[in-house]
Write a protein that binds this ligand. Structure first.
Ligand code: NAD
Length: 355
């Protein structure tokens, strides 16, 4: 297996293979860049078909975290970890504690948080072995309600702010009253987003493979349920992908009627050229890693001496960053995802984080 000549290798600072025989832990931690601060990134547990697939994922995702944290103006670099295994069958407290030991050995260069396949409870196990863990403490949501360490409500709030910015830019509207939004996936993030949009007066269409999640939104918010195929075709203002990656592709882009794509899902563009395709169709795309940074902002400031209103202020700044990207993209006549990458590189390659 290659590393330095791997197609996802991008001058990563450190890649660590971790093993613990007693618990069965097999994991990889990748630290992409620490120019702005320690590399924070989630720990994903997934039954990868091969070690090569796991390495591919961790290299790609850790690089993405550098860009995300730089654009969110956080004093953080980018990292990620993957545990090879099925979280439903192979996850044990001992395995998570072994992961904690692996994180501890990096002495704070990498800070771990939850990701798909891991939970707040898992981070608490990891936290028994290392203090370099985030996403575990209770805190408050954007409405002032006490909540767990799960960052999803803050991710949703950032997406909400980003939709407002996108709508302002593309449709010239300063509020969301009557704006029609189709949400694909009403899980942890999607359902919080739906509630915020509903409070702001938006009309909602929702789709999810989990029918209970859809019914909850129909009963609670009067959302209109739609099928997985329909959700892309709808005559709405905003399409908000909040389920899977690669939803913007050769098959879906020609079918889109929405003038804005703005949602929480990671890696929405199947390939980079699909960002260009959206721009050519006159659809405004809010780059995924910019709009979905609310969660990383939330975990970054956990346990630090900073109030929730300040965290909220930083999440609200996602709207300002998107405004800057949209203006630059318009001025340079370039797709928004390319402008976002360029802005991120300006921030992590050339200078240290703002305090
Ligand atoms: P989740 O698993 O809680 O929710 C995803 C929802 O999508 C589930 O309800 C699932 O049933 C549904 N879904 C799966 N396939 C679908 C399909 N084909 N069509 C419609 N619905 C489908 O995950 P989440 O935490 O809400 O995250 C959603 C997305 O946002 C993911 O891509 C995640 O990587 C990204 N994200 C999440 C956070 C966070 O703080 N949770 C932060 C940044 C990015």
């Amino acid at each position: 297996m290659k590393l330095f000549s791997h197609h996802e290798f991008d001058n990563h600072e450190q890649v660590v293979f971790c093993h613990d025989a007693a618990s069965g832990l097999k994991a990889i931690i990748a630290i992409h860049n620490t120019n702005r601060g320690p590399a924070l990134g989630g720990c994903r547990m997934y039954p990868y078909a091969s070690e090569a697939e796991a390495l591919n994922d961790v290299l790609r995702l850790s690089r993405g975290m550098t860009y995300k944290s730089a654009l969110a103006d956080l004093p953080l670099g980018g990292g990620k970890s993957v545990i090879i295994g099925d979280p439903r069958k192979q996850k044990t407290p001992a395995l998570m504690r072994a992961m904690g030991t692996a994180v501890e050995r990096l002495a704070g260069r990498y800070i771990v948080a939850e990701d798909s396949g891991t939970s707040v409870a898992d981070m608490q196990q990891i936290g028994q072995m290392t203090r370099h863990v985030s996403g575990i403490a209770d805190k408050y949501d954007s409405q002032g309600n006490r909540r767990s360490g799960d960052p999803s409500p803050m991710t949703a709030h950032g997406v909400f702010v980003g939709i407002r910015s996108s709508v302002r830019h593309q449709l010239g509207r300063s509020d969301l009253q009557g704006i029609r939004v189709a949400i694909q996936g009403v899980g942890n993030v999607g359902q919080h987003l739906a509630r915020e949009l509903h409070r702001a007066g938006a009309e909602l269409w929702v789709s999810d493979i989990n029918s209970e999640a859809v019914e909850r939104m129909v009963d609670e918010l009067g959302a209109i349920p739609v099928s997985g195929k329909e959700v892309v075709n709808l005559d709405v203002d905003v399409f908000a992908p909040c389920a899977l990656g690669a939803v913007l592709n050769d098959e879906t882009i020609p079918r889109l009627q929405a003038r804005v794509v703005a949602g929480a899902a990671n890696n929405q563009l199947e390939e980079s050229r699909h960002g260009q395709m959206l721009a050519e169709r006159g659809i405004l795309y809010a780059p995924d890693y910019v709009i979905n940074a609310g969660g990383v902002i939330d975990v970054c400031y956990e346990g630090r001496d900073i109030g929730q209103s300040e965290v909220l202020h930083k999440v609200n700044a996602i709207g300002d960053t998107l405004d800057e990207i949209f203006r630059r993209a318009q001025r340079l006549q370039r797709p928004t995802h390319e402008v976002a990458d360029q802005l991120a590189e300006e921030r992590f390659l050339n200078r240290q984080a703002a305090a």
